[in-house]
Design a protein. Structure first.
Length: 230
């Protein structure tokens, strides 16, 4: 069935490279206000972070297993306003922050989470990895191992934060924490496929999957067009 124009949602995508966590959070906050006020359309930020451990609103500080070791490695530990528990970010991990108006998509919070998981399941399938969901656990899983973490925040039904897909990142960092409080191991695309992956290619597949799942009319923009919100 063909889609009507009312089914298509305009969206802008940005590939930002490596961005410090605090800088990315400030950018998200400003874009969220702009989206609530309908100054901008739905927006996707694709980036990587310098090494950092983040603790969500429902996080248990005891799930940071080795804070001393983290500090010794110059890995900051930051409490943030996303949902979920504790996770790690670092180079080689693709982070996607969607700034979306869920009401315009007719989505509940649960439906939004399902869509985010579906995006990554499709990306991994196109790379030859069979992944899926775990009942009562958020994120995307390959067998018993987690490959993508989710954590979101809503303000007036506009989302920020999002997902983190392990591609080529150093999985040893996750030994410093109990990832998401589940006690379950983490994996990555590089580990499963036995070779490093092309980050730009995975970014492109991710943008394509977002356009399919969320019915976006997606246009990429250069990062400097975000300067008014930095």
């Amino acid at each position: 069935m063909s889609q009507s124009k009312s089914d298509i949602h305009p969206c802008r995508g940005y590939r930002l490279g490596i961005v410090e966590y605090g800088e990315a959070l400030c950018l998200q906050n400003r874009l969220t206000v702009a989206r609530v006020q309908e100054e901008i359309v739905d927006t996707l930020l694709l980036l990587q972070h310098s090494p950092v451990i983040t603790l969500g609103k429902s996080g248990n500080v005891n799930n940071v297993l080795a804070p001393g070791a983290a500090h010794a490695k110059n890995i900051r530990i930051i409490s943030t306003d996303r949902g979920g528990d504790v996770t790690c970010h670092g180079p080689g991990q693709l982070v996607v922050y969607p700034i979306l108006n869920l009401q315009s998509h007719g989505l509940s919070v649960g439906g939004y989470i399902w869509n985010l998981e579906e995006v990554i399941i499709r990306v991994l399938a196109r790379c030859g990895i069979v992944a899926g969901r775990e009942e009562k656990l958020r994120g995307v899983w390959v067998g018993q191992e987690k490959i993508c973490s989710l954590g979101v925040h809503l303000s007036n039904w506009v989302s920020k934060h999002g997902l983190a897909l392990n591609i080529n990142n150093d999985l040893a960092t996750f030994r410093l924490i109990n990832p998401c409080g589940t006690g379950r191991p983490m994996t990555s695309m590089a580990k499963i496929l036995g070779r490093p992956q092309d980050m730009e290619e995975v970014e492109s597949l991710t943008l394509q999957a977002f356009a399919e799942v969320f019915r976006f009319s997606l246009r990429e923009e250069p990062p400097d067009t975000l300067e008014p919100y930095r």
